[in-house]
Ligand binder design. Sequence first.
Ligand SMILES: Cc1cc2nc3c(=O)[nH]c(=O)nc-3n(C[C@H](O)[C@H](O)[C@H](O)COP(=O)(O)O)c2cc1C
Ligand code: SF4
Length: 436
Amino acid sequence: MTKIVTQHFGNEDAKDIATYEKLGGYQNLRRALKMEPQAIVDEVIKANLCGRGGAGFPAGRKWSFIPKDAKTVYLVVNADEGEPGTFKDRWLMYWDPHRLIEGSIIAARAINSHCAYIYIRGELFEGARLLDDAIAQAYERGYLGKSVAGSGYAMDMYVHRGAGAYICGEETSLLNSLEGRRGWPRLKPPYPAIKGLFGEPTVVNNVETLMNVPTIVERGGDWFAGLGVERDGGTRACALSGHVKNPGVHEVPVGTSLHDIIYEYGGGMLDDKKPLKGVIPGGTSFPVLTADEVDVPWCNAMMQNEKIKVVEVAPGEPLLWGGGRHLRSGPGSGAVIVMDSSTDMVAACARIIKFYAHESCGQCTPCREGSGWLARICDRVARGQGRAGDIELMAKIAKGINGNTICALGEATAWPMLAFLTKYREEFEARIRKAA
Ligand SMILES: Cc1cc2nc3c(=O)[nH]c(=O)nc-3n(C[C@H](O)[C@H](O)[C@H](O)COP(=O)(O)O)c2cc1C
Ligand code: SF4
């Protein structure tokens, strides 16, 4: 089983630069410094490395959008990790901070940036401390500073701690926060690659995305691509939680079946007498799947996998997702949440929607008002005080949010709402009938 981003898990010494170097650390940076920046970008494109932060956008393509004549370019590492159920970046930074630094320097070199910020979730005190220590060591050893590993290439890196707002994980909101402004998402376009941090071209990448880069330089893009599936290469750190025997971070090849993630990596259901009822495959903003939908590869193509039921706005009315494709689900932020037969799906849905209503930044009306309405209606249904017509009302509100907001927090509210309604409709109906 190939381990890339979790290869140093369990080795407390790997946090120290001397041990990291003995394990081959910073050798790939030296290799990358001998390559043309464009050759690094080409290798990452070949690798089919898709972003691990949620949207799954190909990293190499994102890098290639940076204008070649840009004078100041920033790299921003998204270590905010706020999506409920997601905890892989925290572990990755804890066990292997130097891999993140090495991957980030290589990425910066590829886009001709001399400055990187790691924006880390405020609550991750230990992660921020470890990264500060690791960065100080990297400066001491000459991997950061005026001449990276003696190459003449200058590179600085800073850790910036957030203050616990989920919305600051959204890339443009994160950039505003980093600039000292209110953490509100920006309208796109312009995309950060054209106008990002302080108005300059910027690449924002997730922690795990960047931690794959040293290995791509070492083994080559083709090798990395071969570990995964078509257009989605490598392995993924899966943050597995809920009713399984073996929760935690499991690194799996992209395209491993969701069934195997639960029953092999996860050791199966926590209580063998309580079978699987549902699974959220990509953090709570991604549509829930029923027990008979888990025999599918865990990869971005899940979005189109026909074994998964289409999410509906109303019976027979499918929800279309980008480019007119039917919305099914996806591996999103890498969090797999397993729920057994004892789970109250209406209550689970209400809890999820309450989170998004709380975290809405309030900038756009459909999200600000709609998420609050949904949270209140879903909560009353869960508490046994639902009214006839509540299901249709919730579906209508969710549909009104979808596609009509500045950032994807709108979809992060609408998608789980519609998926729970589509797939566990009888449970909502029964709860409302009981109330009547
Ligand atoms: C509301 C919201 C919250 C987000 N939170 C995170 C986060 O905590 N970490 C992250 O990497 N990406 C998060 N994203 C995705 C980022 O906007 C962005 O797509 C990502 O950092 C790009 O990196 P990648 O291409 O390497 O995945 C969030 C998006 C939205 C809409
Ligand atoms: S969708 Fe919600 S979180 Fe995003 S900008 Fe609009 S109000 Fe803010």
